[in-house]
Design a protein around this ligand. Sequence first.
Ligand SMILES: C[S@@+](CC[C@H](N)C(=O)[O-])C[C@H]1O[C@@H](n2cnc3c(N)ncnc32)[C@H](O)[C@@H]1O
Length: 208
Amino acid sequence: MVTENSIKQSQLIQNYYHFQSTIYDATRWSFLFGRKLILDKIATETSPKTILEIGCGTGYNLKKLSKRFPDSKILGMDVSKDMLQIAEKKLGSNPNIQLIERPYVRESEVNENKPDVILFSYMLTMVNPDFSDMILQAYDDLKPGGYIAVVDFYNSKHSWFRKHMKNHHVRMESHLNSILEKKFEVVDSEVHNAYQGVWQYFSFIGKK
Ligand SMILES: C[S@@+](CC[C@H](N)C(=O)[O-])C[C@H]1O[C@@H](n2cnc3c(N)ncnc32)[C@H](O)[C@@H]1O
């Protein structure tokens, strides 16, 4: 459902990525860890016909997914036009990949073509305070027996680091796992250290 808060949140994210999109690919490789790992885990569990990445950004995962699953339909949804413009250039014309510019809300047209996998890569920690609703929506949008795949920040013992991330709209309080574990059958769930424990990130595969 489109709420006042979700409109505000979308605007905030669009504004943030207007500049950040220009430095995204040059900088994020050095701290968005586990993105290859989550794709490995998806490939171990399933051979999806349709994969939807919510918050696909500049298309880093979409490009890798299209190589791993060349016969699959790959959808990337994002609220930021600036991020999607970079994805478009990166991906070229591939008939199997479709980019959708919109926020992920209840009214999205996902129902017509339910995906086998929904991927959230460093996205859910930016959805505040509506992260639970988004996880429940992904559950509803998946095919029966489909998988949710998540890689994201987990926590940090350093309050300065959590504060720094909050300035970048990221909530880092290990708040996502309990709702994921409650809603999905846990297939794989791990917490990993980054930079010798300055922070942790997590990977999660759950089955509907
Ligand atoms: C940190 S980036 C991650 C991009 C990509 N998944 C990756 O791993 O590189 C977060 C992305 O989520 C998008 N995003 C945030 N909230 C969103 C929402 N409610 N609906 C759709 N996209 C959203 C942002 O525009 C941004 O491109």
